[in-house]
Design a protein around this ligand. Structure first.
Ligand SMILES: Nc1ncnc2c1ncn2[C@@H]1O[C@H](COP(=O)(O)OP(=O)(O)OP(=O)(O)O)[C@@H](O)[C@H]1O
Length: 446
């Protein structure tokens, strides 16, 4: 559950905003004064703070900066308060939310605060590749071992991490996520480990870091490959000893936290290049889960698209509409370099743009360079093939797909839309004619 801190009176429009955020799955805490808000941020912490402009937003932001607290702040107030809105944004507020609140804006704000989108739902999955990932997640959830989740950007690594937490013995404890790439080193250190009063000039009080906030629950370290070596050493110690040293602290604090780490980098290569500590890598990589790219689990595309179409219709107060057969064909044929996040954005736009009783292909705007030539019927792709025999093109497509899937027959057959038996027969024919066919790495031979 994402954690929203509301600074201001809950009677009136701020209370309405709180209920809207709650309906989208956020946990709400409230403070009446800037010092009370700072105290809350030092203790339990929050993922997003909403501050009424009737209070001193500047003082809140200055206090947070002095204490190296990185929680995003959104200012809010009556629409007429434009001078206060400008001042708040100048002082460092991320945005201004006019009151009375608009449900869409609340939703967008929660989403923009990253990973705080919508009520938490089980990951949508229909493709065998993704079902296998979820089956493994169910197995590993029960243990307390660290899990390293790898996968391209936007494949759903955070979604999987939340799912593992929800299925674990720690489900009733907190789930805390931190993006290690988003913050400079000193801020990241404070966010992770907290600090004691007097640790640096702005440290007017003790503050708990994410490790302590996640006590009894799960801590997701997103983009862990981006962490600098000094913090890697501190992280290793925290994991090994199960205790953290607050900045300026004299004695370590015990924590009971399960670590999930996510990365879209090749951590093995990072270790080889000397940029990531090998001992830390082994601590994080007790269980590894790789999220396949969306193009490797094509059977998920339409169920995900339908899920997002429903979700964005509801969030925007629009009637739920079906995707037309042509829109579905367009989505199914795209290569999805940006994975589920790209699909989510495309469907969001389509829900807003579509006119009529269903969502047609004209509402589905995909980046022109991205659709696969064959799928989009792109002139250049087809033209390049003119003059070649169907058998040859088929052979090149099959071998190219196999090598893309590192020789994995099951996955290649899924992408090609043919049965594994048909694929095997083709491979046998190619081999018989003396062609080199990509070998199956670590998979059963044909
Ligand atoms: N299986 C799924 N079911 C429903 N929604 C999903 C699923 N996978 C991803 N999403 C949605 O897609 C978006 C991207 O997912 P997420 O943030 O988990 O990806 P990520 O791999 O952590 O991305 P990054 O590498 O950029 O941190 C999110 O809005 C998430 O809600």
């Amino acid at each position: 559950m994402s954690r929203l801190l509301i600074l201001g009176p809950l009677a009136g429009p701020l209370g309405v905003a709180a209920r809207m955020a709650q309906a989208r799955g956020a946990g709400i805490a409230q403070a009446d004064t800037v010092p009370a808000a700072l105290a809350h941020l030092r203790g339990p912490g929050a993922d997003l703070t909403l501050c009424h402009v009737g209070l001193d937003v500047g003082a809140l932001l200055r206090g947070m900066a002095a204490e190296r607290m990185a929680c995003p702040v959104v200012a809010c107030g009556p629409e007429e308060a434009s001078a206060e809105a400008v001042a708040a944004v100048r002082a460092g507020a991320r945005d201004f939310l006019p009151l009375p609140p608009d449900a869409d804006l609340i939703a967008a704000m929660l989403e923009a605060a990253s990973g705080l989108g919508g009520p938490e739902v089980a990951p949508v999955a229909r493709d065998p590749a993704m079902l296998a990932v979820l089956a493994r997640a169910a197995q590993v959830a029960r243990a307390d071992a660290s899990v390293l989740i790898t996968g391209e950007s936007g494949t759903g690594k955070e979604v999987l991490a939340r799912h593992i937490h929800a299925a674990s013995r720690r489900a009733s404890g907190p789930f805390v996520a931190l993006n290690c790439a988003a913050l400079p080193e000193t801020l990241l250190e404070s966010e992770l480990f907290g600090h004691e009063k007097g640790a640096f000039s702005g440290a007017v009080a003790m503050r708990k870091g994410k490790f302590e906030q996640a006590d009894g629950g799960t801590l997701l370290l997103d983009e862990v490959g981006e962490m600098d070596p000094r913090l890697q050493a501190k992280l290793l110690r925290a994991i090994q000893e199960r205790e953290v040293d607050r900045l300026g602290g004299m004695r370590p604090v015990r924590v009971d936290v399960r670590i999930l780490a996510a990365t879209n980098r090749d951590l093995v290569a990072e270790v080889r290049a000397g940029r990531f500590r090998e001992d830390l890598y082994f601590r994080l990589d007790v269980v590894r889960m790789r999220l396949p790219a969306l193009r490797e689990r094509v059977a998920d595309i339409l169920p995900l698209a339908e899920h997002f179409a429903r979700r964005f219709a509801d969030a925007n107060g629009l009637p739920r509409r079906m995707l037309s057969p042509a829109a579905r064909a367009t989505l199914a044929a795209h290569r999805w370099p940006g994975n589920v996040r790209e699909l989510e954005n495309a469907v969001h736009r389509a829900v807003l743009l579509a006119e009529g009783h269903e969502i047609g292909p004209e509402a589905v705007e995909l980046t022109p360079a991205e659709p696969s030539a064959a799928a989009a019927g792109g002139a250049t792709g087809v033209e390049a093939l003119v003059g070649r025999k169907v058998d040859e093109v088929e052979r090149d497509l099959i071998i190219g797909t196999l090598s893309h899937c590192l020789g994995n027959r099951t996955r290649a057959a899924e992408i090609l839309g043919i049965s594994i038996r048909a694929l095997r027969n083709k491979i046998q024919d190619y081999r018989a004619s003396g062609l080199a066919v990509p070998a199956a790495h670590g998979y059963a031979a044909d």
